[in-house]
Design a protein around this ligand. Structure first.
Ligand SMILES: [Fe+2]
Ligand SMILES: [Fe+2]
Length: 335
């Protein structure tokens, strides 16, 4: 990079993307003063209500003693917070890379502002884990592989598709469901603040990719859409099953539960029924995951793309296309 290349940076003039940068300042928050770090986290506080972590909606789980459920729910929160704190560090790396690779002024501005948001999120989750005062479970191999795949990209469009689209949309579903079930004020406050920032990050992904699609040939659009739609469908169809059950059973064992085999069978059968209900509500176009809503908004569900990829009859895609698309991602994201 030479100074000469930075002398007259081109701004795309995209109102939505430029307004995200302004919003990154006006809607920002302070890690020291906007979060009450004086709040205690008691050692047996579950932090979330039943129904948030996988298998905790099942009748078999709900019938367990309160102290057992509290232990398992808390372990689930610690595991996700640990995944989130490392995911934030990955996002910071990716944003730094994007800022160095893109030449458009407004894209660079968004990337550097987002990098600061991600640094703040990382700190917030790390501090919350410290307050829990216990060793949390390590990130799982699938999540680590998904993060590694995004870190390995070099092309700015793939970096943005990987981070602001693929990872941020997944994270948003986790954050929103965790927020709905949070029963500790510190966790709830942190999630409120981080979710507000993540909405802007996700918004950038949608707006950037929508612009990219407008400027590229249908063949190029189909190549990008294939990666994005297939990866999204894989994530959405990855429902809690035997691998997650094994993790939950280990937590139950640590909490002193003994009849694990029979309990595990009941929980798996009941969770499968919950999975099917959730799948049906997506197919019916109700309660759509962010990945599907954002893919539609960005333009990846145009008939010519879906037909080329033989995805036009896919039940989840058909579900996403039912009803009106979400008009905007945030209150001021318009192009
Ligand atoms: Fe973040
Ligand atoms: Fe983010």
């Amino acid at each position: 990079m030479k100074t000469r290349e930075l002398v007259a940076l081109y701004n795309t003039g995209h109102r939505g993307i430029n307004s995200l940068f302004a919003k990154a300042h006006s809607a920002s928050w302070d890690i020291e003063n906007d979060v009450d770090w004086g709040l205690a986290v008691q050692s047996h506080d579950p932090l979330v209500t039943d129904g948030w972590s996988p298998f905790s909606s099942t009748a078999a789980f709900r019938s367990l003693p309160e102290d057992v459920k509290a232990y398992v729910n808390r372990r689930g929160v610690g595991f996700i917070l640990n995944t989130l704190q490392v995911g934030e560090s990955v996002a910071q790396n990716v944003c730094a890379k994007i800022a160095l690779k893109v030449h458009e002024e407004d894209y660079r501005n968004h990337a550097v502002a987002q990098a600061m948001d991600e640094a703040r999120h990382h700190l917030a989750y790390r501090r919350l884990i410290e307050k829990m005062n216990e060793a949390v479970e390590d990130i799982d191999a699938v999540s680590e592989a998904r993060l590694d795949a995004v870190l390995a990209f070099e092309d700015p469009t793939y970096l943005i598709a990987g981070e602001q689209f693929y990872l941020e949309n997944q994270a948003m579903d986790i954050l929103e469901s965790m927020q709905k079930h949070a029963c500790h004020p510190l966790l709830s406050k942190i999630l409120t603040l981080t979710t507000r920032d993540e909405t802007r990050h996700m918004g950038f992904g949608v707006l950037y990719l929508a612009e990219w699609l407008k400027r590229h040939s249908l063949d190029d659009q189909i190549i990008l859409a294939e990666g994005i739609l297939n990866a999204s469908l894989d994530v959405i169809m990855d429902r809690p099953g035997k691998v997650m059950l094994a993790r939950v059973l280990r937590r139950l064992q640590a909490a002193g539960v003994s009849n694990l085999e029979e309990l595990g069978e009941r929980m798996l059968a009941e969770q499968q029924a919950i999975n099917e209900n959730e799948h049906s509500s997506i197919v019916a176009g109700k309660r759509l995951p962010h990945l599907l809503k954002s893919a539609r908004r960005a333009g990846f569900m145009k008939p010519e793309i879906l037909e080329a990829l033989h995805l036009d009859k896919h039940p989840l895609i058909m579900g996403a296309l039912r009803g009106e698309p979400d008009p905007i991602v945030t209150d001021d994201v318009t192009s």
